[in-house]
Design a protein around this ligand. Structure first.
Ligand SMILES: [Zn+2]
Length: 143
């Protein structure tokens, strides 16, 4: 399993024309092809840079990686703060909206999905079990 986590993204809510932004975590289980790791944040960028709704953005990132790489499965989780929500009430200031898209084995196999969800929650310096490679995205400047 290849995971790139903590990809920063900035997008714009198409309902309210206000920004939403946060972190995106992407994993895939390769079959034959692999994708350059710096390309994953770029896929996120391409779809974030238009008017969006978070659910669709999450799905588009997952489907694009699925179509390009044809892996056994793709998982995408996005955690975002929406200014349109934050501005409507103080009690919602710190609310985070989480969306996910699970395709292939991440959809059909609960263990694979669980492993992914565990791995994106691990601290950066934690020891990593299994054969998964975790990469913390540091943004496009450092690619
Ligand atoms: Zn909105």
């Amino acid at each position: 399993m290849v995971i790139v986590r903590n990809i920063d993204f900035y997008s714009m809510c198409e309902h309210h024309m206000l920004p939403f932004f946060g972190k995106c975590h992407v994993a895939y289980l390769p079959d034959r092809r692999v994708i350059g790791l710096s390309k994953i944040p770029r896929v996120v960028d391409v779809f974030a840079r238009r008017l969006q709704v978070q659910e669709r953005l999450t799905k588009q990132v997952a489907e694009t990686i699925r179509d390009k790489v044809r892996p056994h499965g793709v998982a995408v989780v996005m955690e975002a703060t929406h200014l349109c929500m934050a501005m409507r009430g103080v009690e919602k200031q710190n609310s985070v909206t989480v969306t996910s898209a699970m395709l292939g084995v991440f959809h059909s196999d609960a263990r694979t999905r669980h492993e992914f969800l565990e791995l994106i929650r691990q601290p950066s310096n934690g020891s990593i079990a299994g054969e998964s490679a975790i990469l913390n995205s540091v943004g496009c400047e450092a690619e």
